[in-house]
Design a protein around this ligand. Structure first.
Ligand code: SAH
Ligand code: SF4
Length: 366
């Protein structure tokens, strides 16, 4: 299969252009079409001569994931369900700033992208892992989610080349650090001045706690932000809902996080979903605060988003607030997410699961 233009570096492109005896300024033009104008086909590269377009078509693939479904509207959380070349589906969620409700800067638009089709880690509360792991996303499929969302927004708002996304969270379907090499290459493109131009400090990678890859990430030079999906402050509670905790228990995970913080001099975030009767007891507050203090981490409490077919529930608001208050009383930094997108299946993997389950199975009478 041909390499994708969306995973080709300027150096590789330059070298190909010089083999074709094309002037080197063409490289910038091509990158502009791909990353500024989000074209899905070489045919749209109007300032490139037909001979070059033919050469590009013979050497590279170019396309954007096709949009299977969009939920939400321009000023609320919007969820995209993409169909990839092999028919697999993944999700991205665009969370526009909401200055009125959340006091955020109005130019901040966060996109959450997926890194795998399904997930092998089987956290008990999560829709992404319910039907197992199918495959890793390719570099261009990770970058393509961002390009396709920007293209969609530009068309919808009729703003031509305006950029939309300036904050990226790798918190969609899949375990990002289990697709480490593709993720790193995709993020380089997303971060590059010739690529999507999103600053490394505006990119957050969320992991369920893959210790060797956290250590690898600590050693690589770009300063991405790291979020750890904790969801339990003791091994007893965490192992109940996250099988990965049996392989990398909290003490081991925290050692890796400590090395990350030392190496990078960066603050990390602990994501902590509040699930009724599982991890929302006040007995979790002290151990959670201890880990956060030790690592100078911030805690982001997230009310659980109910998943069809799973028994877990979101605790009452009073329980959520008591948990937050308990944490704040210890002096650590903590926030409770007043969640956006609850009504549109915005937690990772939910929309795909629903669409797949509603779709007629092969051999089923419709
Ligand atoms: N695999 C990575 C990133 C994808 S999951 C990880 O686990 O960190 C992104 C975040 O969504 C994680 O913190 C995950 O625990 C959380 N999540 C999964 N299902 C959820 C649900 N139903 N409600 C709220 N958050 C959920
Ligand atoms: Fe996978 Fe993350 Fe979901 Fe766990 S929470 S099953 S690691 S996507």
């Amino acid at each position: 299969m041909l390499p994708s233009l969306q995973s080709t570096t300027p150096e590789q492109l330059q070298s190909q252009l010089s083999q074709w005896d094309q002037p080197s300024y063409r490289s910038q033009q091509i990158l502009d079409w791909v990353y500024r104008k989000h074209v899905a086909s070489v045919d749209e590269m109007l300032n490139c001569p037909a001979s070059l377009r033919n050469q590009l078509r013979s050497a590279y693939r170019l396309g954007l994931p096709s949009c299977e479904q969009v939920q939400g509207s321009a000023d609320t959380t919007r969820k995209y369900l993409w169909r990839l070349e092999d028919g697999a589906m993944v999700e991205s969620v665009l969370i526009p700033a909401n200055p009125a409700l959340y006091g955020e800067a109005s130019d901040r638009h966060t996109l959450c992208v997926s890194t795998q089709v399904g997930c092998a880690y089987g956290c008990r509360f999560c829709a992404s892992g319910l039907e197992g792991w199918k495959r890793n996303l390719e570099v261009h499929e990770i970058v393509g989610q961002l390009l396709a969302v920007e293209s969609h927004c530009a068309q919808e708002l009729n703003t031509g080349q305006d950029r939309k996304v300036n904050n990226l969270v790798i918190m969609g379907m899949g375990e990002p650090l289990a697709n480490y090499d593709h993720l790193m290459r995709a993020l380089q493109i997303i971060n590059a001045p010739w690529g999507c131009q999103i600053g490394a400090r505006k990119i957050t990678i969320s992991t369920s706690g893959l210790v060797p890859q956290i250590e690898q990430l600590a050693r690589q030079p770009i300063q991405y932000r790291l979020a750890i999906s904790l969801h339990g402050a003791t091994d007893e509670v965490r192992s109940q809902i996250m099988p990965i905790n049996r392989k990398y228990p909290l003490a081991t995970l925290m050692q890796a996080c400590e090395r990350y913080v030392q190496e990078k001099g960066k603050m990390i975030t602990f994501e902590y979903i509040l699930i009724e009767g599982v991890n929302d007891g006040l007995d979790q507050v002290a151990p959670l605060a201890n880990w956060a203090q030790r690592l100078h981490a911030k805690v982001n409490l997230i009310p659980y988003n109910q998943v069809d077919g799973l028994q877990w529930k979101r605790p009452e608001l009073a329980v959520q607030e008591a948990f937050l208050k308990g944490l704040l009383n210890t002096g650590i930094k903590a926030t409770l997410r007043r969640e956006k997108g609850h009504d549109i299946d915005a937690a990772c993997g939910q929309l795909r699961l629903k669409v797949q389950r509603e779709a007629p199975q092969p051999g089923t009478a419709v």
